[in-house]
Design a binder for this molecule. Structure first.
Ligand code: CBF
Length: 838
């Protein structure tokens, strides 16, 4: 371990080692010290934001020492590390998580109370770190939590976007996007101005002879500097604190061109600086959609090149031979976004380190694993060859060589199948030619995994079928997604977590979620059910208050809360949900007052962002709000139906919404949702779900039992035939759905023209998402939900049983599977007594 202080002087350092606070008094001292010194406020001048800042700084100090020691320990032991490369980390808020993981939330709560603050108000001051779009980015965040909790030596690498996912405002029922500048005050990051990497773009490749060997040299072009910002990731109930390194872009060689500035050319003097800073300025706000923009490719290369430089630099310190690289380094590609890392490592090994191609390629393929998160064609990344050539000329050459050697091997193995070469080529011979990133990721990795059983089967039988033939089935595997119970139960639903702990022998279930199975023996316990129901009700009251505060609509917490919160996408079928809501509304309207009295009150709650360029998704939001505007003020209906669209759905809102749902909707067209993870969050928080046989819904059903979930709709194996029939046969629309369409067209919910494309997608354009095919079974299943909810005792029993069987869906299980099957990496035991200990 590098240490600059000579042995004789270390005694003084040891004597003065930092001791972190462990009790209320120590915590208060730290808060007061930070308010007065770090924040430079005079005594007693402290508002909630200052209290948040000082509390965060107090906890941050604590984390730093653990973090330093974790890094030292990992360096000292020199074991294999995992590097998780993700363009998105949807972290949410950090303070609450840090307090709980460190185990000192009670101390902070009491201390803050004495200093005059409520901890809930202080926690709310934090801006969400929203560096992601949805499931993929949140999965990365859950994985970081599990990696640290399980003591794996692991780093996350991402981009430090100045603007995360936009803030959503709803104005006159429409989504309006507002920039999310989240970095005003961010105590959780450490700029490492000494950790910088120069990243090259453009230029040309020249052949040179060095020592009798001809090598390719990538020259000239533009240089942008990557600066590291580190974020500590505390594990739960362990001193292990891992690192998330986010790169920020900066002009290389100074702030701006002083010569141009002096000569009066003010604008162009800052142009380079601005161009460089643009690279990490903003997160692309598309979920499951790739658009092929040059800046996005620049972001990808900037990030993987900086990360690989860092990884290689760390490896080289150990002075091992290159062949040991895969024994020391496992790199996981979170989707195809970091696929250029494969090419970059090959470039480093061949062009810079002078290894032979085959030797280098062996090292590369043993190092990488690739996770696929979607089968949707519009989400599969392809880059125009011309663009790659222009931006990264040497990389394109390497891609061509990788492809050549790959196709040669395919030709050898399948000499009679010429078409196979065309189908699997990394270069698509289209106009223009494209680089198929998923194929490059498969060829350059030793393992490829999907994220739920159905999804992993689908990739093997559809988009990657040929590759299974080429490599054999063992290269492909499944790791069903999971969520961290620390954030998604303990933090989001503290009362339920406490109740569960009281029945499961304490908090150990938070580290071994299978211990939840102890709940099942208490299902019949009346007092337990009562407490369970009270907690759910309290969570609904809290959400009802939020709804009132943000929308002005008063909802009755005794109603059935029916929630669909996720990105707005046609395949996720919020349109099916809102058509179902209209059907319910029409049915209620057609009833006599006496009949209505027998109906169950319901609140339909929606939330989620549409990609700014996704017009149809925005129309869906508009329809939901338009229906709400009519239904919510209809006096015939009153509490029987309310329709709410929650603005700006994000991680911290999810923490409030998940514990408050009775039923949540996971209703994608079968075969389209790779996994889904909010389904897991809702069940873990004691809500039931209505869903299609898609993604992880299938495994959730297997675990919790068919009688505890409301499944409906066509199966994935039927989808292709149905689509074919829509296009080539006659396509009759479900009669109830037709009535819904007629009502929209009558203008009941505003200008019909606004929604005509949504209707035409079903009636005239082949109903690609099978809305009509599934409508009847969707409506019938909702009737079953109503009936089931009337029997509250049984409903609660179903919820408790479901929670007790959710042990499988922890992200700790995922990480252990990745570690064993893909990374071949061991956790690093924490020796609490050694100097490398806590
Ligand atoms: O695997 C995590 C999640 O990734 C997505 O969000 C993605 O962006 N491809 C999928 O859509 C989800 O199904 C999946 O749970």
């Amino acid at each position: 371990v590098e240490a600059s202080i000579p042995e004789p002087q270390r005694e003084a350092w040891k004597r003065n080692q930092i001791t972190s606070f462990t009790d209320k008094d120590g915590f208060e001292k730290e808060v007061v010290r930070h308010v007065e010194t770090t924040l430079a406020r005079s005594m007693f001048n402290c508002d909630e934001i200052a209290a948040y800042s000082a509390t965060s700084l107090a906890f941050r100090d604590r984390l730093i020492t653990h973090w330093n020691r974790t890094q030292q320990r990992q360096t000292y032991r020199d074991t294999k590390r995992v590097y998780y490369l993700s363009l998105e980390f949807l972290m949410g808020r950090a303070l609450d998580n840090a307090m709980l993981n460190v185990g000192l939330k009670n101390v902070a709560q009491d201390g803050l109370a004495e200093l005059g603050f409520r901890i809930e108000d202080v926690v709310k001051q934090e801006h969400d770190a929203a560096l992601g779009n949805g499931g993929l980015g949140r999965l990365a965040a859950c994985f970081l939590d599990s990696l640290a909790t399980l003591n794996f030596p692991a780093w996350g690498y991402g981009l430090r976007y100045r603007y995360g996912i936009f803030k959503q405002e709803i104005i006159d029922g429409y989504q309006v996007e507002v920039p999310d500048y989240w970095l005003d005050f961010n105590p959780w990051e450490f700029p490492r101005h000494d950790v910088t990497v120069d990243i090259q773009f453009f230029g040309q490749v020249n052949k040179k002879t060095v020592g009798g060997k001809t090598i390719s040299v990538w020259e000239a072009g533009e240089i942008v500097q990557a600066v590291a910002y580190d974020v500590p990731i505390p594990g739960y109930d362990t001193p292990t604190t891992n690192n998330l390194r986010l790169w920020s872009s900066k002009a290389s060689g100074g702030e701006f061109d002083f010569q141009k500035f002096n000569s009066g050319d003010y604008e162009s003097s800052v142009a380079d600086q601005q161009r460089a800073e643009t690279i990490s300025a903003v997160l692309y706000p598309n979920d499951n959609l790739e658009r092929g923009k040059e800046l996005r490719l620049k972001q990808q290369y900037f990030w993987v090149a900086a990360s690989l430089y860092d990884i290689v630099r760390r490896f080289k310190k150990s002075r091992r031979s290159w062949n040991e690289f895969p024994d020391q380094v496992a790199i996981q590609l979170n989707d195809t976004h970091p696929t250029l890392a494969i090419v970059e490592l090959q470039r480093i090994l061949v062009d810079i380190e002078g290894l032979e191609w085959d030797n280098a390629w062996e090292i590369v393929t043993s190092t990488f694993g690739y996770t696929n998160h979607t089968v949707l064609p519009e989400a599969l990344e392809k880059w125009p060859v011309g663009l790659v050539q222009h931006l990264l000329p040497r990389h394109l050459q390497i891609i061509y060589d990788i492809n050549l050697f790959f196709l040669q091997s395919v030709e050898k193995a399948f000499p009679d199948d010429r078409d196979m070469l065309r189908r699997v080529s990394i270069i698509e011979e289209s106009q223009p030619k494209m680089v198929r990133m998923a194929f490059l990721a498969i060829v350059g990795s030793h393992k490829v995994n999907g994220v739920a059983e159905l999804h992993s089967d689908l990739i093997k039988t559809t988009i990657f079928k040929d590759f299974v033939e080429i490599y054999g089935p063992d290269k492909f595997t499944n790791v069903t997604n999971g969520i961290t119970p620390r954030r998604w139960l303990h933090q989001a639903n503290p009362r339920l977590s406490e109740l569960i702990a009281s029945k499961c022998g304490g908090n150990d279930f938070l580290k071994d979620l299978t211990l939840l199975n102890q709940l099942e023996k208490h299902v019949e316990d009346k007092q337990f059910r009562k407490e369970w129901a009270e907690i759910k009700y309290a969570n609904k009251v809290r959400l009802a208050k939020h709804i009132k505060d943000t929308t002005g609509v008063v909802v009755n917490p005794a109603s059935l809360f029916d929630v669909q919160v996720k990105r707005i996408h046609e395949y996720k079928r919020q349109q099916l949900n809102i058509f179902g809501v209209i059907h319910r509304y029409l049915s209620l309207k057609a009833m006599t007052p006496d009949q209505r009295k027998k109906q169950l009150p319901r609140v339909s709650i929606f939330g989620g962002k549409a990609a700014p360029g996704y017009w149809m998704a925005k129309q869906i939001i508009h329809l939901i709000n338009s229906v709400g505007a009519v239904v919510n003020k209809d006096e015939d209906i009153g509490d029987l139906l309310k329709v709410i669209f929650l603005e700006d759905y994000n991680v911290s809102k999810a923490e409030m919404i998940c514990p408050a749902s009775d039923i949540s909707e996971h209703i994608s067209t079968a075969g389209t949702e790779a996994s889904g993870t909010s389904n897991m969050k809702f069940v873990l928080n004691g809500g039931l779900i209505i869903g299609t046989c898609d993604g992880a819904n299938i495994e959730i059903t297997r675990e919790i039992g068919e009688s505890n979930i409301f499944l409906f709709g066509n199966l994935s194996e039927d989808v292709e035939d149905l689509r074919h029939a829509h296009t080539y046969g006659s396509h009759t629309i479900d009669s109830d759905l037709d009535k819904v369409f007629n009502e929209i067209e009558k203008g009941t919910f505003g200008t019909p023209h606004d929604f005509s494309a949504m209707i035409a997608a079903v009636r005239q354009h082949g109903d690609y998402y099978l809305v009509s095919d599934d409508f009847h079974s969707y409506i019938e299943t909702h009737q079953l939900v109503d009936e089931a909810y009337r029997n509250q005792d049984e409903w609660i029993a179903k919820c408790i049983t479901s929670v007790s069987r959710m042990g499988f869906f922890t992200s700790d299980r995922c990480i252990n599977e990745y570690a064993e099957e893909i990374w071949n990496v061991e956790p690093l035991a924490v020796d609490r007594h050694s100097i490398w200990g806590p």
